[in-house]
Design a protein around this ligand. Structure first.
Ligand code: GN1
Ligand code: MG
Length: 363
């Protein structure tokens, strides 16, 4: 357990302009521990302890983050902000504490806020433009600078086998509680393996992608304009579809991913259309027709992956994601699977909207 005293000590290892005034935990994410640091000069920073159970090559994770941030700083439009990384007094971008845990510190972007559920089309369009710009801007970052820190992160066949192992080892009561979701996972299985097969066949170019391109990883300004993409932990080589899909699952929905009112979760087609317009505006000239063709399948697939990973963690006794109550992961899973059902229901329309946004005649 990290104490505030530890956090203070660790903050002091980084080159911040003046002594610390205060430290407060930030409720963000399911994996790392994050803190807001305020100095006596009233400068703010974000300090983060990376979860070494999830990231076993933390040094490469941090080097990826720093390389992406330096690149964005160079190429990015001046309307955007970039998270920068603060060096330690030993001139490294991380500090390792006495327990062997790794910490990094980032700049805090003032006058910015995150949004948990999208509430207007302008914001959604802006989110599409921002995440699309991220893809077009990382296209000029040499691939060699980015390591695959979590191999097979969005690999459905692997995720499915992890789910099946969890299913064999779980208790009868967990199985019973999750039966409907388990059956749904098996029903979707074949279609959800398709994108992985296409990727294996080399149907898509490999790009440097964010891999956690959800709504809460965007900072907006007070006019709902996208300011910055945050949380670069999972930036890796990959295909564009999972970034597009992660945005759809988190932005074009009427509730957060762990809302217990999941029977009423649905895809918002007006937001879907606005997101596609924004995304097409910034990626229209770089995505291949084959990539565009499978964007809708990317949305389905990532929603499935998230549901399946939450389900697997529930069956495993909640060892991966942070939870607030015992069935939290099961609720998250049911929410995501219901959202997927809603996408399935409107899939023809979703495909039509996507291709129209890119001006492509795909049948
Ligand atoms: C995790 O911790 P956070 O919120 O940045 C997860 C993502 C999931 C997400 C679900 C390394 O991200 O894959 O999309 O939760 N990150 C990792 O919201 O597993
Ligand atoms: Mg993340």
């Amino acid at each position: 357990m990290v104490t505030m005293k530890d956090v203070q000590f660790i903050s002091n290892q980084f080159c911040v302009a003046s002594n610390l005034e205060s430290v407060a935990p930030l409720e963000s994410g399911h994996i790392n521990d994050t803190f807001l640091i305020v100095t006596k000069n009233n400068e703010r920073y974000v300090l983060q302890k990376l979860n070494a159970n999830v990231f076993n090559d933390v040094v490469s994770v941090i080097s990826n983050k720093v390389n992406v941030s330096k690149h964005l700083l160079k190429v990015q439009d001046s309307k955007y902000e970039t998270i920068t990384f603060i060096e330690t007094k030993d001139k490294a971008y991380y500090h390792m504490d006495n327990n062997g845990d790794y910490w990094n510190m980032m700049s805090f972007i003032p006058n910015s806020n995150t949004v948990s559920v999208a509430n207007n089309e302008k914001l959604v369009f802006e989110a599409g433009k921002l995440y699309g710009d991220f893809i077009s801007q990382t296209a000029t970052l040499p691939a060699i600078k980015i390591k695959e820190t979590l191999p097979n992160f969005h690999n459905v066949p692997l995720r499915f086998s992890q789910f099946e192992i969890a299913l064999q080892n779980t208790s009868e009561s967990h199985k019973g509680d999750a039966m409907e979701a388990i059956e749904f996972a098996y029903r979707c299985r074949d279609e959800m393996f398709r994108l992985a097969a296409l990727k294996e066949e080399g149907a898509f170019p490999m790009r440097i992608v964010h891999n956690d391109a959800k709504l809460s990883n965007i900072l907006f300004n007070e006019n709902d304009e996208g300011l910055a993409v945050i949380d670069l932990d999972t930036v890796m080589p990959g295909i564009v579809h999972f970034d597009f899909g992660d945005s759809i699952r988190s932005i074009c929905t009427n509730m957060v991913e762990d809302d217990g009112d999941f029977e009423n979760v649905s895809i918002k087609l007006d937001y879907y259309e606005a997101f596609c317009r924004g995304y097409a505006e910034s990626t229209g000239s770089i995505l291949t027709p084959q990539e565009v063709k499978y964007l809708p399948l990317g949305a389905k697939t990532i929603i499935f992956i998230m549901g399946l990973r939450f389900l697997t963690d529930y069956l495993n006794g909640n060892t991966y994601y942070k939870i607030k109550y015992d069935t939290h992961n099961l609720v998250r899973c049911k929410n995501q699977f219901k959202l997927l059902e809603s996408v399935q229901l409107h899939y023809d329309e979703i495909q039509r909207i996507t291709y129209e946004a890119y001006g492509l005649d795909i049948s």
